[in-house]
Design a protein around this ligand. Structure first.
Ligand SMILES: C[S@@+](CC[C@H](N)C(=O)[O-])C[C@H]1O[C@@H](n2cnc3c(N)ncnc32)[C@H](O)[C@@H]1O
Length: 218
């Protein structure tokens, strides 16, 4: 990790993710979470104030300790216990079926192997557990997609690995989720960065099927 990634990028992410449009999306989707919740890529904890009274505990996963330090005040004010997991979503240190809800907001763009991470999310969800997602990704407009494809190699370097052109709904379905609600469309901001996929999905469970964990979990 270089100096930019360690000291500058976390502050930029925190500032950028506080925009009004993002906060409105958080206010709409985060209150749907309940029970034992796992948030993937919790960052600086900007979703924490939006969790409702049905949340019993929050596992807050992120590989970035720098971002997590910025969440301190929001963790203090949370009316439920919060446990930080310093890990990648590609290998979640939880047992199978340990969460009622998994939340991911503006994070699937950044995880190197997003399909592996989603498969892990399904593994740690209880049967019929719910995934709540607010993610940006591939635009259906060819002109915007051309920009996304062109910009992504550079954007990844300055944006901590962020891909602009991932087909989020397909990734979620490919990982074994049934999407039960989805809204697609542009939010505020430059179009290549602003095409959102937001909604909910249920973990599909086929008889006898088992998602193999990448480790034993703890
Ligand atoms: C754009 S930020 C979004 C932060 C937060 N979810 C929000 O809505 O404000 C992307 C987040 O993904 C996290 N991230 C990067 N690689 C990851 C990985 N392999 N597994 C889980 N999270 C990761 C980053 O540390 C960062 O917190």
């Amino acid at each position: 990790m270089n100096i930019y990634e360690k000291y500058v990028l976390p502050k930029l992410i925190h500032l950028a993710m506080r925009n009004k449009g993002a906060m409105a999306e958080r206010a709409k989707f985060i209150p749907l979470a309940s029970g034992i919740v796992l948030e993937i890529g919790v960052g600086s904890g900007l979703n924490l104030p939006f969790y409702g009274p049905k949340v019993e505990k929050l596992y807050a996963l992120d590989p970035s300790l720098e971002l997590w330090k910025m969440a301190r005040q929001r963790v203090k004010e949370a009316p439920f216990p919060v446990e930080f997991l310093a890990a990648s979503a590609e290998c979640i240190p939880l047992k199978d079926g340990s969460a009622d809800t998994v939340v991911t907001t503006w994070t699937l763009c950044t995880i190197p192997n997003a399909l592996r991470a989603l498969t892990e999310m399904r593994r740690v969800l209880k049967p019929k557990g719910q995934l709540i997602f607010v993610e940006h990704g591939r635009s259906p407009d060819p002109a915007v997609l051309a920009w996304q494809n062109w910009l992504t190699p550079v954007w990844k370097r300055i944006g901590g690995g962020c891909h602009l052109n991932r087909q989020i709904d397909e990734l979620i379905a490919d990982a074994g989720f049934d999407i039960t609600q989805i809204e697609r469309g542009y939010s505020r901001g430059p179009k290549p960065m602003a095409y959102l996929y937001r909604g909910c999905a249920l973990a599909r469970t086929a008889a006898g099927e088992r998602v193999v964990p990448c480790s034993d979990g703890t």
